[in-house]
Design a protein. Structure first.
Length: 266
């Protein structure tokens, strides 16, 4: 099985696993059938003999899985992160479905978390009227965050001893009793929706979050880090091989470089 097919299968299979009627191979009201809920006409075009019996059978789990991988590959799933999203959308024309697939793919397989069911959308400009979180609480949060320096970075990890960038910031703010979304883009959108405010570089404070573009391309947020020491431009973040202390100004030349402050929550 080609690697691109295996990767495509992991994406769609992880999301479909939580739909019981699909696991049972039942037909949907629209006429879709089998484990991956193919329409017969679609299987006729993209069907693959996954179990080696000489035919592509819509009721065969193996055939259904290989056919889904073939369909996603033909839809451009190998064309980077944007290609993955477009291919999954082609499979099922619903943004919630795309986010679910990516979320469960990460949960089950440790893959890239490029979507988040809790993402509230782009949001607005935040709410500068929110009172800031007390300095003492931020200092305590940073002390706990820095205690994890050296923990390994693992994309899709959720702690408590391995992290990716956004699970690390999520856990740090959970220490303050504040629940923020799971992914970097969703965290920024949550702040922009009124739970924080945009801060200009040079006015950042400890505890602020910085969002930048990385592996998802120049127009999408792919990384988040916590400001630890503004005077020294130091951040604490999960990146590279491990949680570490870094100079956050090295990100300032990126197309996206935004500093946001979380407001005090009840």
């Amino acid at each position: 099985m080609p690697r691109r097919h295996r990767d495509a299968f992991r994406l769609v299979d992880a999301a479909d696993a939580h739909f019981t009627f699909r696991a049972l191979g039942l037909a949907s009201s629209a006429g879709a059938q089998g484990l991956m809920q193919f329409m017969p006409a679609t299987l006729a075009t993209y069907g693959v003999d996954g179990d080696g019996d000489g035919r592509a059978d819509i009721r065969s789990d193996a055939d259904s899985v290989f056919s889904a991988a073939n369909y996603l590959t033909a839809s451009g799933v190998a064309a980077g992160a944007d290609g993955v999203r477009r291919a999954i959308f082609a499979y099922n024309h619903a943004d919630w479905y795309v986010n679910d697939v990516l979320y469960y793919a990460a949960s089950y397989g440790g893959g890239v978390v490029a979507g988040d069911p809790s993402d509230c959308g782009p949001g607005g400009n935040g709410n500068p009227a929110l009172p800031p979180i007390e300095d003492a609480r931020i200092a305590g949060m940073l002390t706990l965050a820095q205690a994890h320096v050296g923990d390994p970075y693992v994309l899709g990890a959720n702690g408590p001893h391995a992290w990716d960038c956004s699970s690390f910031t999520q856990a740090a703010y959970a220490r303050l009793g504040i629940t923020i979304p799971r992914t970097a883009a969703a965290q920024r959108n949550w702040l922009a929706a009124g739970n924080g405010s945009r801060v200009q570089l040079g006015h950042e404070k400890p505890g602020d979050l910085i969002f930048v573009d990385t592996y998802l391309g120049p127009n999408q947020i792919g990384h988040v880090l916590i400001v630890a020491d503004p005077a020294a431009h130091r951040s604490v973040e999960a990146s590279g091989d491990a949680v570490g202390i870094h100079d956050y100004t090295t990100w300032s030349g990126h197309h996206i470089f935004e500093v946001w402050r979380v407001g005090a929550m009840p």
